[in-house]
Design a protein around this ligand. Structure first.
Ligand code: UDX
Length: 450
């Protein structure tokens, strides 16, 4: 089978590589010529385990092509995936210009029936908008007789395990009411639909909403847990015990109930705000989602407030070692990362940061450039040298078993602020280190009076 994918971001590139690996003949189209040139040389625009090999091998085998020429992509295949970005507008609603431009380009060049598959996360009703613009373009170019169908096929991959998620999806949502489109997409996904039935077919709008509902549910779960953590701390309870206590209920489950410094990344913050806007358009006041968004913004500052309190409200001239810049482990992505809120607050208060992250150093330099209040350290030990305190923001494996003796010796003030609850407070206290985490009373401290 032949397919064309517009957009070589996370979703598009991973999908393209995985489909090519399954034997399909894939053309990737992107407007960014430099990116396309780098991809053709096997250079990855993103860090994603397993992706580089897939792209190189399939490119070399001739199953994966890269081009900036939209017409080449349109003429290549009947199935046209749209996986371009939907960046948030200033008000938080999704900007559909890129998506609609692809629809228009497809209609302007197609020479026969096309199945357009929207893979980008798009507001409910977008597939209808794509249809409309395509119809208009066909009419304008005097090619009304050409047929097409627009289906929704949302992607649920996670950064850091995108290749694995794409190869072994837990569900494949296909939004179409057209039997022929359904049959073609079922055939396309057959290599990924093994062991048990994973394909869920529904109407287009339900498929579009499914993607938002999934991400917003997970964002709500995390935010609820963060609220419980803040409450636990105020009440003298331990959120880690509470987490185990509730996670054991299969209706709640252990996943996505880890308290921390707030969710980040390219999906949750953007999608929660986008769904609030979608609701707004149909005059529905999405109170839960609005609260989730607000509470998550606040949560990103929780660690900073703990730091400020510990130092009596003045951190001018202090140096903080910061472990973890990426919004989560196994990625170099810093979009909406809590590390950014924390670093910027520290700088604003007159402090300096010595940061280390196993993957996101280059990305951090790209975002912040050279500045005297930011040192990017060689490794996690180097970040500690000459620092007053250690701040942990991302739960990379390499941070899980640290040398507390070394930390104690390296830091001027023996204190750790841990935004991910990585350590047992009792163990840390043995090294005579002050340890602040999320939703837990400090070890051997009196419980607050209620
Ligand atoms: C998410 C969805 O999981 C994925 O299905 C969707 O397609 C895209 O959005 P991703 O953004 O890659 O994927 O990251 P994810 O692993 O879901 O984590 C998102 C954020 O939530 C991170 O900042 C993470 O640190 C935070 N998180 C996650 C918590 O704070 N606590 C948890 O228990 C789980």
């Amino acid at each position: 089978m032949k397919i064309t994918i517009f957009g070589t971001g996370y979703v598009g590139l991973v999908q393209a590589a995985v489909m090519a690996e399954s034997g399909y003949d894939v053309v990737c189209v992107d407007v960014d010529a430099a990116k396309i040139a780098r991809l053709a040389c096997g250079e990855m625009p993103i860090f994603e385990p397993g992706l580089e090999r897939l792209v190189r091998d399939n490119h070399a085998a001739g199953r994966l092509h890269f081009t900036t020429d939209a017409a080449e992509g349109v003429l290549h295949a009947t199935i046209q995936f749209i996986a371009v970005g939907t960046p948030p507008d200033e008000d938080g609603s999704a900007d559909l210009n890129n998506v609609l431009a692809v629809g228009k380009a497809i209609a302007a060049t197609m020479d026969g029936h096309r199945i357009v598959v929207a893979k980008s996360t798009v507001p409910v009703g977008t597939c209808d908008k794509i249809s409309k613009i395509m119809k208009l373009t066909l009419a304008e170019t005097g090619r009304k007789d050409l047929t097409f169908d627009v289906a929704s096929n949302p992607e649920f991959l996670k950064e850091g395990s995108a290749v694995a998620d794409c190869m072994k999806p837990d569900r494949i949502v296909i939004g179409t009411s057209n039997r022929e489109t359904e049959a073609v997409l079922r055939e396309l996904y057959a290599p990924f639909n093994r062991n048990h039935e994973k394909i869920i077919v529904m109407d287009v709008r339900s498929a579009e909403l499914t993607k938002y509902a999934a991400n917003c549910m997970l964002a709500t779960k995390i935010t609820f847990m963060n609220e419980m953590a803040n409450l636990a701390e105020a009440l003298g309870a331990d959120i880690e015990r509470v987490r185990q206590g509730i996670g054991s209920d299969p209706r709640i489950g252990y996943q996505f109930i880890y308290p921390g410094v707030g969710y980040g990344g390219s999906c949750f913050p953007k999608d929660v705000r986008a769904l609030i806007h979608i609701a707004d358009r149909v005059a529905y006041d999405a109170k839960v989602l609005t609260a989730v968004d607000e509470q998550n913004r606040k949560q990103k500052s929780v660690l900073f407030h703990k730091i400020l309190k510990h130092f009596g409200g003045d951190i001018t001239g202090k140096v903080f070692a910061l472990w973890g810049l990426a919004f989560k482990p196994n990625t170099d992505d810093m979009r909406e990362a809590p590390s950014r809120t924390i670093m910027e607050a520290l700088w604003q208060a007159g402090a300096k940061v010595q940061a280390f992250d196993p993957e996101a150093m280059r990305e951090c330099r790209r975002i912040y450039g050279e500045r005297h209040e930011l040192v990017l350290s060689r490794n996690k030990e180097a970040a500690l040298i000459g620092a007053d305190a250690l701040v942990i923001v991302t739960e990379w494996k390499a941070f899980l078993g640290p040398d507390f003796e070394y930390i104690k010796k390296a830091l001027t003030h023996s204190v750790i602020f841990d935004g991910r609850n990585l350590y047992d407070p009792e163990v840390v206290s043995r090294y005579d280190l002050d340890y602040h985490s999320i939703g837990r009373v400090q070890f051997n401290r009196e419980q607050p009076t209620i």
